[in-house]
Design a protein around this ligand. Structure first.
Ligand SMILES: CC(C)(COP(=O)(O)OP(=O)(O)OC[C@H]1O[C@@H](n2cnc3c(N)ncnc32)[C@H](O)[C@@H]1OP(=O)(O)O)[C@@H](O)C(=O)NCCC(=O)NCCS
Length: 181
């Protein structure tokens, strides 16, 4: 059964396969751009190199640590990968705080499922599994947004208990309780 895990080099091949599947249209969702700065944006070629991939994984992991210094306006985030053995299925990011931009459009939690793994309930499982982790970070409720026309993402958020607040800048904004009630 697939689970959310802290990024690790164990799924290197699976990560690259998913990147190839994402292609230029979707590769931004793979999370190869560190929030630490534009200089930490990995290319597919770099990610293929085991040493560079290990560095990328390490940088992604440090983004979650409060002592990691980030540029102004950037908040710490916990990135988790959804994996089944060595197969890389998707990615979820939990932003620890809301900036003005995240409050308007981005929200606390974002997620991505690789094209070949869609419509199997994985995004719903990912978001649901992430809620206790968000709660442990002191987030309750979590703001989760989607494009107004993103039917699949809207269903995912509603399945996790999201309550619609409003629409801003073409995004629907939902509040999802993270604590068991
Ligand atoms: C949106 C996304 C995360 C959904 O992932 P997924 O794993 O396919 O979602 P699920 O399998 O959990 O499906 C959730 C629901 O949406 C429905 N759904 C999935 N894809 C759909 C589509 N293309 N059109 C209509 N409904 C769709 C499913 O049938 C399911 O409905 P149900 O709960 O009534 O059974 C995935 O398509 C994706 O990564 N897209 C690109 C990035 C993105 O949009 N991320 C979300 C940003 S807010």
């Amino acid at each position: 059964m697939p689970i959310l895990v802290v990024p690790s080099t164990a799924v290197h091949r699976g990560f690259l396969a998913a990147w190839d599947e994402a292609g230029p249209q979707e590769e931004r969702w793979m999370g190869a751009r560190s929030v630490a700065g534009p200089e930490e944006e990995w290319t597919r070629q770099q990610a293929a190199d085991p040493a560079e991939f290990a560095r990328m994984v390490e940088v992604i992991r440090t983004e979650a640590e409060p002592e990691t210094e980030l540029p102004a306006g950037i908040v710490h985030q916990t990135v988790l990968w959804f994996v089944d053995g060595v197969e890389w299925l998707g990615r979820l990011s939990i932003r620890h705080d809301l900036t003005a931009a995240l409050t308007e459009v981005g929200g606390h939690i974002g997620y991505y499922v690789r094209p070949s793994a869609r419509r199997r309930g994985y995004a719903t499982q990912m978001l649901t599994q992430s809620l206790p982790i968000a709660a442990a970070l002191g987030i309750d409720p979590a703001l989760v947004t989607c494009d107004t026309g993103n039917v699949a993402s809207r269903k995912v958020i509603e399945a996790a208990g999201g309550e619609l607040e409003d629409e801003r800048h073409g995004k629907l904004r939902f509040w999802v309780p993270t604590e068991l009630r």
